[in-house]
Ligand binder design. Structure first.
Ligand code: GAR
Length: 321
């Protein structure tokens, strides 16, 4: 199994979600481990449990500090624990934009509502008040706008006719304890998940004009032009011919450029078997920090290299706006 992803969990309260994350991380096949439990509240319930279980802890009160300074202290602790992801579990602080941007795509939160409903405070009371049939919880990526990042997973919880907010909250927590460890595990693994990588590539490749999928030598490929006479501009390669890479093969200008790329950035590019001989370079997707806008640029460039002029002109015109 690949190395486990290191996560720092931030808490402010009782820490029951933290406990669920912690015990799930102890299961043999967990793809993540907890590197640090950090809190802004000295007496936060979860800290004692973390200590008992031998997890490093860090506490730094926010009192008297600017938001940026407090975030910087928490961030320094996460970094020194070598955390790759920050997982908020009842962390009742709004994070500064700078902090969120520095960790973009690497901070997750759980919120006790079915987002986009009931962002912010008192979601249970608001769901009951609105007469909703269900409340629930959502795991989402953290962005500068409160509770508004991409939703990764949700769990629904039925609302009883005579429910109080407290009763609903207690049942939603049970659901959260199932949901959060699973969502974190899926998220930290998705960079190595061929299905996820393939779906991202499909989204980008098929967004280009007049493109379609076509298998070639048993692997999925992408063509531009008609179904009958289209030309390949990309091939998806999943650990082919003994390579450990999951990659998208795109067209370079020729062997010189291909070899230069591979030499300068061997963690990003490789020369694939067979296809390499005709100038296709492998852009590696199963690596940390893959930049999807870079993948998008390569797909567009490769598409341009084989697309008919009437289509490239169309894209040029669109790019001007
Ligand atoms: C959880 O219900 C979590 O969804 C909520 O705080 C609770 C923490 O409980 N988070 C938010 O409301 C964030 N906006 P816990 O400390 O027992 O895990």
């Amino acid at each position: 199994m690949a190395e486990k992803a290191r996560i720092a969990v931030f808490i402010s309260g009782t820490g029951t979600n933290m406990a669920a994350l912690l015990y799930a991380s102890r299961l043999e096949d967990s793809p993540y481990e907890i590197a640090l439990i950090a809190s802004n509240v000295a007496g936060a319930g979860g800290l004692d449990l973390a200590k008992l279980e031998g997890i490093p802890t860090f506490v730094h009160s926010h009192k008297g500090l600017s938001r940026e300074d407090h975030d910087a202290a928490m961030e320094a602790a996460a970094k020194s624990a070598k955390a790759e992801f920050i997982v908020l579990a009842g962390y009742m602080r709004i994070l500064s934009d700078g902090f969120v941007k520095r960790w973009e795509g690497r901070i997750l939160n759980i919120h006790p509502s079915l987002l986009p409903k009931y962002k912010g405070l008192d979601p249970h009371a608001r769901a009951i008040e609105a007469g909703d049939s269900h409340g629930g919880a959502s795991v989402h990526l953290v962005t500068p706008d409160l509770d508004s990042g991409e939703v990764l997973a949700q769990a629904k919880v039925a609302i009883a006719p005579d429910d109080t907010a407290e009763q609903l909250e207690a049942r939603v927590k049970l659901a959260e304890h199932q949901l959060y460890p699973r969502a974190v595990a899926d998220y930290v693994s998705r960079g190595n998940d061929p299905d996820y990588l393939y779906s991202k590539v499909c989204e980008l490749a098929l967004a280009l004009p007049e493109t379609h999928k076509r298998d070639s030598h048993g692997s999925p490929g992408f063509r531009v032009g008609s179904e009958k006479s289209g030309k390949f501009f990309a091939h998806f390669s999943q650990q082919h011919h003994g390579s450990e890479h999951i990659a998208i093969l795109v067209k370079t200008s020729g062997m010189d450029e291909l070899l230069d790329l591979v030499e300068a950035q061997p963690e990003t590019y490789y020369k694939p078997a067979y296809y390499g001989a005709s100038g296709w370079v492998g852009l590696i997707l199963n690596r940390p920090g893959v930049d999807w806008s870079h993948v998008e640029e390569w797909l567009e460039r490769s598409w341009r290299a084989v697309a008919p002029a009437r289509l490239t002109k169309l894209l040029d015109a669109a790019d001007m706006f």
